[in-house]
Structure formats: C-alpha cells, structure tokens
Ligand binder design. Structure first.
Ligand SMILES: Cc1cc2nc3c(=O)[nH]c(=O)nc-3n(C[C@H](O)[C@H](O)[C@H](O)COP(=O)(O)OP(=O)(O)OC[C@H]3O[C@@H](n4cnc5c(N)ncnc54)[C@H](O)[C@@H]3O)c2cc1C
Length: 462
C-alpha cells in the first residue's frame, strides 16, 4: 500500500497496521451475526482531511485509481456502517470540526465536531440546544449521526432525523473525475440523510436548534409493568410537560446492569429513565404519585451518587452496551410499536417472551401519536431463534428494523430507497463510496421486501 500512501500529497495519512485495523471497526460486535460477517474486514490506509479541499483531492485521486473510500466519524455506529468491506481508504472526518455560524434556532457546522461539543457551543453561543442526539453524543460526530443514525434523545418531542425540519441542509462532495460540491436543502437533504456515506461525503450541515432547557434526570421505579408503560406514555404525551427522554427498561435489567443509578430500586422494579425540564418536576411528581408503588428513586439535582452517568447514557443503545458488560451473550432488537395496537403489542410480547427478551422501550413522537421503538435485549442462543423472535413481531404488524444487517436495505425498510440510489448514480458513478452497503446498487433486481413501505407509513399513522 506504499504506493497509495504517497498519492495524497501532504494530507495527513495513517499507515500503521494496528491503527488502520482499529479505525476499520465500529460497534458491529453488538450483533453476533454481524460479528461473524464483519470481523477481519479492514481498510488499507486512513486519511485525515483538514478541510473540504482535502476531501475533494482525496476523492479525485481515489476516483482516478478506482480505490474505495469509506467515510468515518467516530466509529460508534452499531451496524458496521463504517466498516470498509472492500479495503481502500478510510476517510476520517474529525478534522472538519469548525462551526461556521450560529443564530437562535439554527447552526451550521463541519461534520467532524463531536455532538457534545456542538451542543455545548450552541448553549453558550445562542442559548440553543440540538433537537436530538444519540446517547453516544460525547464521542460521536454530527456527520456520522446524520449519515448513520436515525433518532435518539429528543425524539420523544421531535420525532426522527428523517422527519421534515430536523435537518435543514447538507453540503456534499461527490466522487467523480472532478468532484462537485453540492448544497442540498429542503427535501433534497433526504438524498444523503442516513445513506451511510454511500453517495457523497458530507462537509457541512445546517441544523435546527430548540431553545435550551435546564434538564433534570430522573429514574422512576414502578413495580407494575403496564403501569410503567402507561406512566411513560403519559409523560411522553402530555404537551404541558417538557421532556427530552422517556425510556422504559423492564426488570431485572436496571438492577442487574445499571449499578449506582439503580441503587435505590428493587430487582422487580421497572425503570423509567426521564429527562424533564426543571420547572415541570412538580407536575411529574404528581403523576408518579398517582401510580401504585411508583416513586422517583433518583433525581440528578438532588442525589449526589458516585459513578452515575448522565441518564441518557443508560438509554437507547447504551442499555445494550451496559448489559453486554455483564453478559456477552446479550444482543438486541429494533421493533416499531406504532398504530392502534401498539400498547397491546408491547403487553403481549412482554408476556410471551418474558426474560428471554427483556423489554426496553424508547418513546417517540410519530407526529400524530406517541409510540415506541422497542430496543429489547435478547438473551441470544442461535440465529434461528433470533429470526423466529423477529418474525413474531413482523407478522403481528410490528416491523423489525433488523440491527443484525449491515446494508441500508437490510436494516431499514427492507427495500431500496430510489431517491438515495438515484443520487448515487449521479454522485458516485463508479460505486466506490462505502461499497457493499447499498444492495440496490450492487443488485438492481433486488426485491427483498419483507415489509412494504406503504405499510410502514400506515402503521406509523394508524
Ligand atoms: C452505545 C451506543 C449508543 C447509540 N445510541 C444511538 C442513538 O441514540 N441514536 C442513534 O441514531 N444512533 C445511536 N447509536 C449509533 C451511533 O452512535 C450514532 O448513529 C452516531 O451518531 C454515529 O456517529 P459516528 O461519528 O460514530 O459515525 P460513524 O460510526 O463513524 O459513521 C456512521 C456512518 O456515517 C458515515 N459517515 C460518517 N461521517 C460521514 C460524513 N461526513 N459524510 C458521509 N458519511 C459519513 C459512515 O461511513 C458510516 O456509514 C449508538 C451506538 C452505540 C454504540
């Protein structure tokens, strides 16, 4: 690879084998299936562009030589999104971390800034906060989140990253003989939103900001499972309560995996993990007090406990991470609970699977209703059993976004996104960007639909 490492002028390059191998990985090992499929896939060199001009230069050279390029933020994706399947260059974007400007309600930034740093700067600069962020915000880059994430803390109020208004604009560099720099705005941003860097390299993002709120973390312990589900629903639904996070983690996971945070709860307690505006605590206390046995067991503005992290670092995919620390056989699901039967589906699956699939729900604002993503833990035995469990949900109208697939289609809506595919034809005609992640590109006849898109929309708005 000597030849390649000298092809990029003074752009910083990493060739050390161990480092290159490390930068070829993400959190795909969450899935025993992805672990088997992706272990041992490495890039050849890492390039660390300092600015957009470096990105253009890298893409021009790689296009000319037919070298694949896999873009990387912080490598916290958990579906192998950033794993280079066909070698080549890993393009690490952390150097493009400059905030271009901000004003109340809006920020424009380079993609390489960590989300935590961006949020802190917006709070300080214009009294704003991000609408949503992943639980990895202390490490993850904003570019990696837009290209590889979907939702997170804030989704209980603001919905999904794909919902109109949650991403304003993206500047993208194409991979052509002479790379173009294109500004995508309005609906056009969906061409690269959650496209895994398969059809362009994002070099700037414009995002909406909400007014900053003083949040308090709460753990609410609830003995009854459906009591906890409905209390979570109430907190999520009430427009008069400002919330950033409502998650439910069923017993015994909180006591078994949450260490200091769960010090005050019993093993049979279910936990609601909540971020609430300080002014709304009194209202929440009243609602909690009305539920049999429920109590606020932890409050960040009151309880000084050593070893407790921000509550969002127990939620979303951090729940799985914490479980994995104790039990390497645990994996997880991603199930959409939307539509009129969503709460019945939660109740039924809880009773059917019991401790084989410990319940974990993230409450989401789907626009016309509050529903949930189930990120249930799974006590993994075999792939066949895992597929059987996923089929149980799919066939009952609760679609699974398979977290054990590394392609866009396999993990998402089970069908090709024609808008993103069309943009790839324009922006990456040789198919060199993160190759192998978009089935629609490699296999134009792909028709692996398990859940029709029309159904998904019907379910989400039913
Ligand atoms: C413990 C844990 C918790 C998580 N919680 C959440 C959560 O709450 N919500 C959520 O949505 N996700 C979550 N994730 C997944 C992941 O952390 C986020 O999506 C994160 O924002 C990814 O950022 P990153 O910088 O690490 O991106 P990477 O993992 O480096 O990259 C992600 C994808 O984006 C592409 N990419 C990166 N930068 C660019 C760019 N500039 N231009 C084009 N493509 C690019 C990469 O090629 C890759 O396909 C979690 C993961 C873990 C391990």
């Amino acid at each position: 690879m000597d030849d390649l490492s000298h092809a990029f002028g003074d752009i910083p390059v990493i060739t050390d084998r161990t480092t290159v191998r490390r930068r070829s990985r993400d959190y795909f090992w969450y899935s025993p299936i992805l672990k088997d499929e992706l272990e041992g896939r490495f890039g050849d060199i890492v390039l660390v562009p300092r600015d957009e001009a470096d990105v253009v230069a890298v893409l021009r050279t790689c296009h000319a030589r037919g070298v694949p390029v896999t873009v990387r933020g912080a490598g916290t994706g958990n579906y192998g999104q950033a794993v280079p399947l066909r070698g080549g260059v890993i393009l690490e974007m952390k150097g493009l971390d400059r905030i271009e400007w901000m004003r109340p309600g809006r920020v424009r930034t380079g993609p390489g800034i960590t989300i935590g740093a961006l949020e802190a700067a917006c709070r300080e600069g214009v009294g704003g906060q991000l609408r949503m962020f992943p639980s990895t915000m202390r490490l993850a880059t904003i570019g990696g989140y837009i290209a590889g994430g979907s939702s997170g803390i804030g989704s209980v109020s603001w919905g999904l990253l794909r919902d109109p208004g949650n991403l304003v604009a993206a500047r993208v560099v194409t991979m052509e003989a002479e790379p173009q720099v294109i500004e995508l705005r309005g609906r056009d941003v969906q061409q690269v939103n959650h496209a895994y860097g398969t059809n362009g390299v994002i070099t700037a993002l414009e995002l909406p900001l909400a007014p900053a709120v003083d949040w308090v973390d709460l753990l609410v312990a609830v003995p009854g499972f459906m009591d906890a589900v409905h209390l979570g629903r109430t907190l999520a639904e009430q427009p008069g309560i400002q919330k950033r996070l409502v998650s439910l983690v069923a017993s015994p996971a909180p006591k078994d995996y949450f260490e200091a945070l769960a010090a005050g709860i019993d093993r049979h307690d279910h936990a609601l993990l909540v971020m609430i505006a300080r002014e709304d605590i009194e209202t929440v206390e009243g609602l909690v007090g009305a539920v049999a046995g429920a109590r606020i067991s932890y409050r960040s503005d009151r309880d000084q406990r050593t070893g407790v992290d921000p509550i969002f670092e127990y939620a979303w995919n951090h729940t799985t991470l914490r479980a994995l620390k104790y039990d390497r056989s645990v994996t997880y699901l991603q199930v959409l609970f939307a539509g009129p039967d969503r709460w019945k589906g939660v109740e039924e699956s809880f009773s059917v699977f019991g401790d084989e699939v410990p319940m974990h729900l993230e409450y989401i604002n789907f626009g016309d209703q509050i529903g949930c993503f189930g990120l249930q833990l799974v006590r993994y035995t075999t792939e066949a059993r895992l597929r059987e469990i996923m089929d149980w949900f799919d066939t009952r109208g609760f679609p699974v976004f398979d977290p054990h697939a590394y392609t866009l289609e396999g993990g998402g809506m089970k069908q090709v996104d024609p808008v993103q595919l069309a943009f790839k034809h324009r922006a990456d005609p040789k198919g060199l960007l993160n190759p192998g992640k978009m089935i629609g590109w490699d296999d134009p006849d792909y028709d692996g639909v398990r859940v029709p898109v029309s159904y998904m929309y019907a379910a989400a708005s039913g």
